[in-house]
Design a protein around this ligand. Structure first.
Ligand SMILES: Nc1ncnc2c1ncn2[C@@H]1O[C@H](COP(=O)(O)OP(=O)(O)OP(=O)(O)O)[C@@H](O)[C@H]1O
Length: 231
């Protein structure tokens, strides 16, 4: 992927947390990690190793103690909290293990929520187009409780794509989905990224999921804080 522009560049990032018993736990110490435009990366690693923390740093939901996170040409650490929120809305799509759909809203309303601050206010027609793409055109006015879990994750994928992001972050997106739905959810995520030239970082514990990716990174290999130590 040399010569291809980088969507994400992480340099010398350290993240520590307060520990309940006192002291700080160093969870991440990553000197170099990058994802090229349109590249799809699976991230594997031990439970508690810091994978979700890394996703949250990239999404600007957490800030590092030190280091640089450049996303689509913008240095995240230079933004205010509000700036990060706005930047996230326009640059990142996030697919969670637990879907995080709003229960009182219909499928199409949930998808539109992904556009609130997103670039290009294509409104309802893009939301319907996205639901069609994920195979749920006929479920647009159903609420999450009226959808199967596989369908709920499809709505969540449509929502993640709604703001035309540059990077899709997916945290175990098939952990709560049955195996047959999991295959179609993964097909959908990977093909959508190809169609939209969208880079993707997917955290997974599953080697079946990881083997679908050309690039599989182990957090232990890039994280100098492994195994975590207190300081
Ligand atoms: N807000 C917090 N305060 C203190 N410690 C935290 C906080 N968030 C995470 N940690 C610690 O950071 C470490 C990494 O957590 P993280 O959720 O990133 O791991 P993970 O690799 O995603 O794990 P899993 O695969 O089990 O989901 C854990 O030891 C956890 O206890």
């Amino acid at each position: 992927m040399n010569g291809i522009p980088k969507t994400l560049q992480i340099t010398d990032v350290v993240k520590t947390f307060d520990q309940p018993g006192g002291g700080r736990l160093k969870v991440l110490d990553v000197s170099h990690f990058e994802i090229a435009a349109g590249e799809q990366v699976a991230l594997i690693g031990e439970s508690g190793g810091g994978k979700t923390t890394l996703l949250h740093l990239i999404a600007g939901l957490l800030t590092p103690d030190s280091g640089s996170i450049r996303l689509a040409g913008t240095e995240l650490t230079s933004l205010s909290e509000q700036g990060r929120d706005r930047f996230r809305a326009s640059t990142i799509g996030y697919v969670f293990q637990t879907f995080n759909l709003l229960p009182a809203f219909t499928a199409v309303e949930n998808v539109r929520l992904g556009m609130t601050f997103g670039r290009g206010h294509h409104g309802a027609s893009r939301a319907f187009d996205l639901l069609e793409r994920v195979g749920l055109a006929d479920r647009a006015h159903y609420r999450p409780s009226q959808l199967s879990v596989g369908q709920q994750q499809r709505v969540a994928i449509a929502r993640a794509l709604a703001g035309k992001p540059k990077l899709l972050l997916a945290d175990e997106p098939t952990a709560n989905v049955d195996p047959v739905s999991a295959e179609s959810v993964l097909d959908l995520i990977q093909q959508s990224c190809v169609d939209e030239n969208l880079a993707m970082l997917m955290v997974t514990h599953s080697m079946d999921v990881a083997k679908r990716f050309e690039r599989v990174d182990s957090l232990e290999q890039i994280n100098h804080a492994f195994a975590p130590t207190t300081s």
